[in-house]
Design a protein around this ligand. Structure first.
Ligand code: NAD
Length: 260
């Protein structure tokens, strides 16, 4: 790239975020990495990005439950890499339990990390994007931003919220060269879904592979998990000029989960 742009990907120390950060790095974006790693481990990952993709990279382990840390993360990206041209709000957690038994703290954590951190990161990043007249915001929602599953009250509330927030931010910034879209994955092969696979394996006395097929087949017509790199490729497309008029969307990548 001749016009070097900077991408901040929250929760990019593993899973989907790391897959997206790698694709953006490979496409020539400087990358601000983030996640709950030691600073030393995180710096090692940033060094790996610099070596592998020949881009500048930095790392933060801000705890996104705290709005002040969200703001500080965006400012650190601007201080160390000079801008936030692309913001990918990806960090998220899961917890499954019936609503009446759902632990209060888990509710607060899921809303804070999965929903409020996207709001506060956008609030911090949008002014600079507007000044530059260019920006890309990609919010990693979920099929659970579009439809529900039992035992996921906090997660579905947060992800439906992310889809709504995406639409408003898209409308407010359509005059400034900024697009805001949500990606709504079905099952993606990451650490976040491992406890759910293990639960099925335990309940039904199945092997791990069988339990995974069972889990995916309950919801998706296409019984394969999406890989993080596939979502990374979609993110790179959303950052391209060809996607300049795609804004305010919620894009399912879900093996026909929400087609039913
Ligand atoms: P993951 O557990 O591999 O990654 C989660 C990331 O968020 C990590 O980098 C972690 O350090 C970070 N994180 C967690 N708590 C944090 C906190 N308090 N402060 C800062 N960072 C924190 O999970 P994943 O599957 O890659 O999930 C990434 C996103 O994709 C989440 O928003 C998730 O809801 C969404 N998603 C996942 C799936 C799936 O099937 N895996 C499907 C749809 C949507």
């Amino acid at each position: 790239r001749t016009d070097k742009k900077v991408a901040l990907v929250t929760g990019s120390s593993s899973g989907i975020g790391l897959g997206i950060a790698r694709q953006l790095g490979a496409a020539g974006f400087d990358v601000m990495l983030h996640g709950l790693l030691d600073l030393e481990e995180g710096q090692a990952l940033a060094n790996e990005f610099t070596d592998q993709y020949q881009v500048r990279s930095a790392f933060s382990n801000a705890d996104l439950r705290d709005p002040n840390e969200v703001g500080a993360l965006v400012r650190q990206c601007i201080d160390q890499l000079g801008a936030v041209d692309v913001l990918v709000n990806n960090a998220g957690i899961q917890f499954t339990e019936r609503l009446e038994n759902f632990p209060e703290q888990k509710w607060h954590d899921i809303i804070a990390i999965n929903l409020s951190s996207a709001f506060f990161a956008m609030q911090a990043a949008i002014p600079l994007m507007r000044e530059k007249g260019w920006g890309r915001i990609i919010n990693i929602a979920s099929v659970h931003g579009l439809v529900a599953s039992a035992q996921k009250s906090a997660y579905c509330a947060a992800k439906h919220g992310v889809v709504g927030l995406t639409k408003v931010a898209a409308m407010e910034n359509a005059d400034a060269g900024i697009t805001v879209n949500a990606i709504c994955p079905g099952w993606v092969e990451t650490d976040l879904v491992k406890p759910q696979i293990q639960a099925i394996a335990d309940q039904q006395s199945l092997g791990y592979e069988q339990a995974r097929a069972e889990l995916v087949g309950q919801k998706q017509a296409l019984r394969e998990m999406t890989q993080p790199a596939m979502l990374g490729a979609l993110a790179v497309f959303l950052c391209s000029d060809d996607a300049a008029t795609m804004t305010g969307t919620a894009l399912p990548v879900d093996g026909a989960w929400t087609a039913q």
